[in-house]
Write a protein that binds this ligand. Structure first.
Ligand code: KG4
Ligand code: ZN
Length: 381
């Protein structure tokens, strides 16, 4: 089988990204234009602004990805684009551009689920390291700003299928990081800042009770045999607990001062964040991160035990978190289950993962009809 070069395009949220990947196993180029600066003043992603920024960035980003790879519009073998889930207007920019390109250059076009992309980021990373062995069943935790999902992944020949066995009932884990950071005057996005600050605080200082989930859809007696046992998450409670802590410990004035100070610094460095936090806030941040990490790992390992998983994947923006990676490796090793992460650049949104996920579909001739459209709430099956 000759090598196939796939141009991937990703525009589901606040990154405009394009990449060329060879045969699902080698990143040849990977360009990510982040819109963080646009959304930062609003403390979160503004959908209308995201679409506008994608429109501005898509052509130069794709051109750069092709140039970096030494490829052209004509020389690539196929195009791949994120169909969903994501912001409808943002997805439409990537989809319209990819469709036009595929039509004009007569190239096959593959539509990819963003969550499948995150899972294939792990496979791409391992193949780049020369690791082609994989033991099934694979349990994948996709943990990002919009998702906290657990999937059992299977492969039949080249094609993959997924069964969801857990998801968040309210906020996603990344969303909780972002909301807590905003609440504490630490800006947007919150995950990377909380990650850096946590090593300066005492993670045992504030005790957060474990998340409470009622399980009406968890397998119970007398339910049909095909009902599945779920491992769901919930993160709105911990966000409220942080808010309560702020109120009961009168931290509001210190937060306002920090917010104002950090606003005056164009690109705050880790020492700027640390310098603007007292020890009580650093302890709160470290305790919050510890509680999030404990919960994510505890549920994932419980699911791995229940479903007898042979391999664990952890992927999505929150998989870039240092404490999560270290603890997952240690705790999964104690259970004798190998755990794989993408490198940090492939953990957060990128188009290399979209091109990698498209490769099995390319081999199977599973191409998108030109009339397909964005699916904001697309499920992964
Ligand atoms: O996968 P991603 O780039 O976009 C989505 O699909 O949502 O994930 C972005 C999320 C944001 O919530 C961000 O705060 C979080 O990932 N994140 C982190 C870290 N880096 C990014 N969370 C915790 N620790 C990090 N180092
Ligand atoms: Zn993502």
């Amino acid at each position: 089988m000759p090598d196939a070069y796939i141009l991937g395009i990703e525009s589901s949220c606040d990154e405009t990204a394009a990449a060329v990947v060879r045969s699902g196993e080698k990143v040849v180029s990977n360009v990510v234009f982040s819109q963080i600066a646009t959304h930062q003043p609003y403390g979160g992603v503004v959908p209308e602004l995201a679409s506008r920024e994608h429109l501005r960035a898509i052509v130069p980003v794709v051109r750069k990805a092709l140039a970096d790879a030494g490829q052209s519009y004509q020389s690539v073998d196929a195009l791949a684009v994120t169909q969903g889930p994501g912001l409808a207007g943002a997805l439409l920019v990537g989809i319209s551009y990819a469709k036009a390109l595929a039509f004009a250059r007569d190239k096959p076009l593959v539509a990819v689920n963003h969550l499948e992309g995150h899972i294939h980021a792990v496979l791409l990373e391992e193949r780049q390291k020369g690791n082609h062995e994989l033991n099934f069943p694979v349990l994948a935790l996709v943990v990002s700003g919009g998702h906290t999902h657990l999937y059992l992944a299977e492969r039949r020949q080249a094609s993959w299928s997924y069964r969801n066995i857990g998801h968040t009932r309210d906020d996603a884990a990344g969303e909780a990081f972002d909301k807590v950071a905003k609440l504490l005057g630490l800006g947007y996005p919150g995950g990377p800042v909380i990650d850096k600050l946590s090593s300066h605080g005492n993670a045992k200082a504030v005790v957060f009770p474990p998340s409470q989930i009622k399980h009406p859809d968890r397998k119970e007696k007398n339910q049909p045999a095909d009902s599945i046992t779920r491992f769901d998450f919930s993160y709105s409670g911990i966000k409220t607990a942080v808010l309560r802590y702020v109120e009961t410990h009168n931290l509001q004035n210190a937060i306002e001062t920090r917010r104002r100070n950090l606003c005056t610094i164009q690109r705050p460095k880790p020492e700027d964040y640390v310098g603007n936090c007292d020890q009580q806030t650093l302890d709160l941040v470290a305790s919050f991160q510890r509680a999030m990490v404990d919960d994510l790992i505890g549920k994932t390992l419980a699911a791995a035990r229940f479903y007898d998983a042979a391999t664990i994947f952890v992927t999505g923006g929150v998989a870039a978190n240092n404490e999560l990676r270290q603890r997952f490796e240690r705790d999964a090793a104690m259970e004798g289950i190998p755990v794989y992460f993408p490198s940090r650049p492939l953990s957060t949104d990128n188009a290399a993962m979209i091109a990698a996920a498209a490769y099995p579909k390319f081999l199977a001739g599973d191409f998108a009809p030109l009339e397909f459209s964005a699916e904001a709430g697309m499920a992964l099956k």
